[in-house]
Design a protein. Structure first.
Length: 258
């Protein structure tokens, strides 16, 4: 797909990987619409790009009515949608049993699944419905692309990551069937599984936890840059032959139990 002139929706575009994605897509010529729960952060991303090429709506991706209202604002602002990138997510931790063998409150598990997995599907399904209305574009006759954000924790969840890993494993699992469901419409679906990326989510962790995570990275021996995530989104959107795939972006890390 030629990104120039297309409209992209980025959830979680107020921070970290989502913000870098907005900036890289805008640099490639796309208009960018953000769904985020943090209005100040989303407004800052919009200001970085310029209000004529970017806008945001205050949306909770896990809430059906909120996402529906967000899509109405997107259509009012930019008319159509060709690229959807789900970056909104929360990092949660908690073992199935705590030190005293009390079980993890079910509400903590449900919240993680609700934002990370159900939120991604909620946005993807409404994005696909909007993309289905597009004219087929270019030699590949594409109508759109959806990119979901998984994590290496989908494959190697650490201690305390039952809920987070389940949410990200669900994203990996739905990538191929979603691509199959949408193939006849010319809509591709891929996922990115980042490793340890230098975003506010990671940089908020205690220094010793950050150092432990970086020590498992093979090369380059540093956290990934949000821009490197944005660059991969731009490539996935541009390369019409990548479909139904989850791509690790992780410096060859394989997460250890702790
Ligand atoms: N940073 C990493 O190392 C890393 C690694 C693997 C996967 N990921 C995944 O990448 C995605 C982005 O992570 P990040 O590090 O940029 O995080 P971040 O915390 O910097 O940004 C997340 C953004 O999502 C928004 N958000 C959270 N819940 C929301 C909701 N219910 N509705 C709408 N917006 C919501 C937040 O306001 C924030 O702007 C997440 O899905 C995360 O799980 C991150």
């Amino acid at each position: 797909m030629n990104i120039n002139g297309q409209v992209a929706l980025v959830t979680g575009g107020g921070s970290g990987l989502g913000r870098a994605t907005c900036e890289q897509l805008a640099a490639a010529g796309a208009k960018v619409f953000i769904f985020d729960m943090n209005a100040a952060a989303a407004a800052e991303t919009v200001a970085n790009i310029g209000a004529e090429r970017a806008a945001f709506a205050l949306v909770n991706v896990a809430d059906e009515a909120s996402v529906q209202a967000g899509f109405e604002q997107l259509v009012a602002a930019f008319g159509a949608l060709q690229i959807c990138v789900n970056c909104a997510g929360i990092a949660t931790a908690g073992k199935i049993l705590d030190r005293d063998s009390n079980p993890l409150p079910l509400s903590e598990f449900s919240k993680t699944i609700s934002v990370n997995l159900i939120g991604s599907f909620n946005v993807a399904r409404m994005a696909a419905a909007l993309m289905a209305k597009n004219e087929a574009m270019g030699e590949a006759l594409e109508r759109g692309i959806i990119i979901n954000t998984a994590s290496v924790a989908a494959f190697e969840g650490q201690l305390g990551q039952c809920a987070y890993s389940a949410s990200k494993g669900g994203i990996v699992g739905m990538t191929l069937p979603m691509a199959r469901d949408l193939a006849k419409l010319g809509i591709r679906v891929n996922a990115i599984a980042p490793g340890i990326m230098g975003t506010p989510m990671l940089l908020a962790m205690p220094k010793n936890v950050q150092e432990g995570l970086v020590s498992n990275i093979q090369f380059p021996k540093r956290m990934g840059l949000p821009k490197e995530y944005g660059d991969l989104v731009v490539h996935l959107a541009s390369n019409s032959y990548i479909n139904g795939e989850t791509i690790r972006l992780d410096g060859a890390i394989r997460m250890q139990p702790r």
